[in-house]
Design a protein around this ligand. Structure first.
Ligand code: ADP
Ligand code: ZN
Length: 729
């Protein structure tokens, strides 16, 4: 990559803004000049907008009308490698650059001067009437003389009211001062000793530390509990020692709390955080400090990949198989794949960690693009759970009950032994269907083509597509019959009800993402469960992801067949991963665990592979099937969705697109559809789907651009092109 250019005052510069213009605009460099990559404020019509100096101006615009840049913002300029990263993601996902810039500047008030906040320290020695409360405040300030406290922190630490502190300020005994809020992050010390590693782990660390110069991707595979986190923390340590920055991506905010504690234990301070639970001020601080190199490590969700790292040396993608790494609206990117791209542009390392890697990564290892490191055993004495099937065809289960007698007995044995059980069902809410016994109608969403799910805790029916909700009706919305509505099927809440009735002496708790008002409440609940305060945990997908429950020795999967239905290309893969992950929750410390799968088809190949623990067999069979069908990761799919309030219009445009597909057929691609999307209406918009299939190395992006450029789309119609779709809805 070339060196950034400098522009003197008055030179023409091209500025990329986050406004949807699809081109860069010419401005004059401001007084003092500016560097390529500088973040600037420019006038656009009557407004001032944020932009980046992209390069030299084209000069194809009336010179007299060109306005100067208003000012250069006091933040680190965008690096050339970042600009290139944005360009490459834009090309790959067919996203306009303006949208890419918005993704890369998702922090408020970047141009604002750092805002100030009041902090408190020890003031002058003064004569004052000492009270117990005043004494406590001064004692805290003396003990932590090197720290500054906010009013809230200080009064909490001293256990007094804010007015006591304010009173001391008036008397001069406590000093009040303003400091900028965008402070550097505390220093992480990679020199602190790590845990002593098992032979397996030490070997993995040595492999990761060998040859850290330049780009490389490593798949770190190991069963849950084998110490992958421990191992990649050592990779983070090496990265920090080289004075480069490290980024750890986690699939779930709920996981960050536990992880941050581990980072603090390892490096002596907490890293920066970047996810939807972080306040706006904190986001801005992180964005700025990452850019200035004053944040050594960031822990975050997928969009942290677009932070302006000064020198990114390592990206860890934990639970790399997780489908939440795919962003499903706005810019449709897969953070796992883009992490690899980003690292390759800055000569950094990528570690993809998982107990159950995606077929994509498995195939990349086979193709020798990624290196694989495997941790074979669990750390310490814990061993993998024993896997067994409960054949539901043999169980005598009354209607509206889901816990089989066999499973019930197993749970009871755990309760007596003071151990935990987890009953897993991947369905939120009370019941998936509310049906009228008089007319047979199922209560659906008014805006979507989806059934409403009863949530009994909230006493409402909710649509899991658009989030719309309404009170549970007393009469059938369709035929007005009274008292004839009945719920069908289980959700996590209904299962909890059954468990409470079956195990009256046990403490039962539900873990489902929608039951907690805030990330904090969820964290607290997880901590409680981990501490073993509960006998039976009823959980959704959320529990499958990396939490540690040391007392857990039984996992019962209520419906192992659930994920095998449906036409998703990854149905088998997802079921396999999910079941193995859930099963991996059992027996994490010194007690071996059992995982019992309730199934109606114990002879199904996926269920068999899970029970036998024969991963290689499963992946080889799955790889062969996909290669034969020419689908990912051996072929390429593109999902195209047209949506409009007018169903007819969406369908007609889709038909025209399917007919005029020369640019696609020219590269050997096939086009399927149009067909109504599996969810044919979302938020009142009708959705029609086309599916494009191409060879893996076909130049699909340019063909798609040429193809879609042929059409003029009606105003109300939206076109969404999803390269490498993860979900097909
Ligand atoms: P994974 O990420 O593969 O699920 P973890 O790194 O979370 O595994 O390890 C599982 C548990 O074992 C954690 O509580 C961790 O602290 C502990 N552990 C792993 N390796 C070691 C080690 N070398 N020394 C001490 N404890 C370890
Ligand atoms: Zn809806």
């Amino acid at each position: 990559m070339s060196e950034p250019q400098f522009f003197h005052q008055g030179d023409l510069v091209a500025v990329l803004t986050s406004q949807p213009l699809d081109r860069v605009l010419d401005y004059k460099a401001p007084e003092g000049g500016c560097w390529q990559g500088a973040f600037v404020e420019v006038p656009l019509g009557p407004r001032k907008v944020l932009g980046v100096v992209w390069g030299a101006g084209a000069g194809d615009y009336d010179h007299a009308k060109i306005r100067p840049v208003i000012r250069v913002l006091d933040v680190a300029p965008m690096q050339q490698s970042m600009a290139e990263f944005l360009r490459r993601v834009s090309d790959y996902t067919l996203t306009p650059m303006s949208k890419m810039l918005r993704l890369a500047t998702r922090a408020p008030g970047l141009g604002d001067p750092p805002s100030m906040r009041q902090v408190y320290r020890l003031g002058a020695q003064t004569e004052l009437r000492m009270t117990a409360a005043r004494q406590k405040v001064l004692a805290v300030l003396e003990e932590f003389a090197e720290l500054s406290f906010t009013l809230k922190e200080l009064s909490e630490a001293a256990g007094v009211t804010a007015s006591v502190v304010k009173g001391l300020v008036k008397l001069g005994a406590v000093a009040e001062m303003a400091t900028p809020q965008d402070m550097p992050f505390a220093h992480l010390n990679p020199g602190l000793p790590g845990k002593s590693l098992s032979e397996d782990q030490a070997h993995a660390v040595a492999q990761l530390q060998a040859n850290t110069v330049g780009y490389r991707t490593t798949l770190l595979k190991g069963v849950t509990g084998s110490g992958k986190t421990e191992v990649y923390l050592e990779a983070v340590a090496s990265c920090l020692k080289e004075r480069r920055q490290a980024l750890v991506l986690l699939p779930e905010i709920a996981l960050t709390a536990e992880f941050l504690t581990r980072v603090e234990a390892r490096f002596g301070a907490r890293p920066a955080e970047w996810h939807s639970g972080v306040t706006m001020t904190e986001r801005r601080r992180t964005w700025k400090m990452v850019g200035q190199g004053h944040a050594q490590m960031v822990v975050g969700a997928r969009s942290a990949l677009f932070l302006p790292f000064q020198d990114l040396g390592l990206i860890v993608v934990d639970e790399e198989h997780d489908s939440s790494y795919k962003q499903e609206d706005g810019v449709l990117y897969n953070a796992r794949d883009m992490a690899v791209l980003r690292a390759s542009l800055v000569g950094g390392q990528v570690v993809l960690a998982s107990a159950t890697p995606s077929l994509e990564s498995w195939a990349n290892v086979e193709a020798k693009k990624y290196t694989k490191i495997e941790l074979k055993s669990r750390f310490g004495v814990s061993v993998l759970p024993e896997m067994m099937a409960i054949d539901m065809r043999q169980e005598n289960l009354p209607a509206d009950r889901w816990i089989s007698p066999s499973l019930q007995k197993m749970v009871e044995a755990r309760i007596w032994a003071g151990e935990q059980s987890l009953l897993f069902i991947n369905r939120r809410g009370y019941a998936p269907i509310t049906l009228c016994r008089a007319c047979g109608d199922q209560v659906g969403c008014d805006h979507c083509d989806a059934r409403m799910v009863e949530h009994r805790f909230q006493k409402r029916l909710m649509c899991h597509q658009c989030g719309a909700s309404k009170p549970v009706p007393k009469i059938c919305p369709s035929c007005a019959a009274e008292n004839r509505l009945a719920v069908v099927g289980p959700g996590v809440e209904r299962l909890a009800e059954e468990a409470t009735a079956l195990f009256p002496e046990a403490k039962v708790a539900v873990l489902s993402s929608d039951l907690f008002g805030s990330a904090r409440a969820l964290k607290e609940q997880i901590a409680k469960l981990a501490a073993g305060e509960v006998d039976v945990i009823i959980g959704t997908q959320l529990v499958a992801k990396g939490h540690n429950f040391p007392k857990l020795t039984l996992v019962g999967v209520i419906d192992a067949d659930l994920g095998l239905q449906g036409s998703d290309l990854r149905a088998a893969e997802r079921t396999f991963q999910l079941m193995r992950q859930v099963a991996g929750r059992a027996g994490r410390s010194d007690k071996p665990g059992v995982a019992a799968l309730q199934t109606h088809q114990p002879e199904h190949p996926v269920i068999r592979a899970i029970l036998d623990g024969d991963e290689e067999a499963f992946w080889s069979a799955e790889a062969q099937a996909r290669a034969q069908a020419g689908v990912p990761p051996y072929g390429r799919l593109v999902g195209v969705v047209l949506s409009s309030p007018d169903a007819q219009e969406a369908f007609e445009v889709a038909q025209a697109m399917a007919r005029n597909c020369q640019p696609l057929t020219d590269i050997g691609a096939q086009i399927f559809g149009p067909a109504p999307a599996p969810i044919a209406r979302i938020r009142g918009r009708h959705r029609v789907r086309l599916l494009i299939k191409a060879e893996k190395n076909a130049p699909i992006q340019s063909a798609l651009s040429a193809w879609s450029a042929q059409f003029k789309f009606p105003n109300a119609l939206r076109l969404s092109i999803d390269i490498d779709p993860q979900s097909f809805y």
